[in-house]
Ligand binder design. Sequence first.
Ligand SMILES: [Zn+2]
Ligand SMILES: [Zn+2]
Length: 259
Amino acid sequence: MKGLGEGLTKKDIKDLLEENRDHECGGIGRDKICIRIESIADLPSKYGQFHVVAFYNNRDDKENAALVHGNVINQEDVTVRLHSECLTGDVFGSLRCDCHDQLVTALRTIGKMKIGMLIYLRQEGRGIGFINKIKAYALQEEGLDTGEANIALGFHDDEREYSVAAHIIQSLKIKSVRLMTNNPQKIAELKQYGVNVVERIPLIIQPNKYNRFYLETKEKKFGHFLEGVADRFQDQMDAPLFKKMKGQGARGKGDVHDP
Ligand SMILES: [Zn+2]
Ligand SMILES: [Zn+2]
């Protein structure tokens, strides 16, 4: 397809598929996850020209994806965004979180760069799955914050993990990455798994009235780099439609919100 002149070449794709056919390594992370590239195809999108790469993994039936723009193989300083699946946000445009805007902004930004990649991780609802995410939303309507709701359901406040992403970066032979994130945990975890993260690129999106409280929670509880969420957006989190929001919204930036 035209327009992919500087993307992966036919030979690159053939070589990657051949190398991956029998790939099996010791695995990465707590679950020793090993993934392999199963297929690669052109994916022209409204956000730019991409190749879509489909991955098999040895742990569950989750089929992860990477959207690759330009030729990232063996490259340094590749801009990478890790996006965790969010059905309500990505597809339905939910305002309880900013996932849709983050996804679109990341793709649009990467699509204009020389090279970059978005990794789409199948860990819905911060890793607790779709049904539990909706249960957590219902609890938030009762007054819990996003972390408390997950804990009430028997999970950690954030169950996401990034060993799949680390392996995908290695599978595509990327030498170093500039990670597009506001979330320090992502950087720490990728580094722990051997990825060379050389820079952080903030991803800033305006909050809306539904997710402001949730973003404030995230900044306080999860240490995201937001510097006051009134003007910043944080990293792919779900917002409570929180009845106490009005009173809390009246407080100034930087106040302690937990009683
Ligand atoms: Zn492997
Ligand atoms: Zn979301």
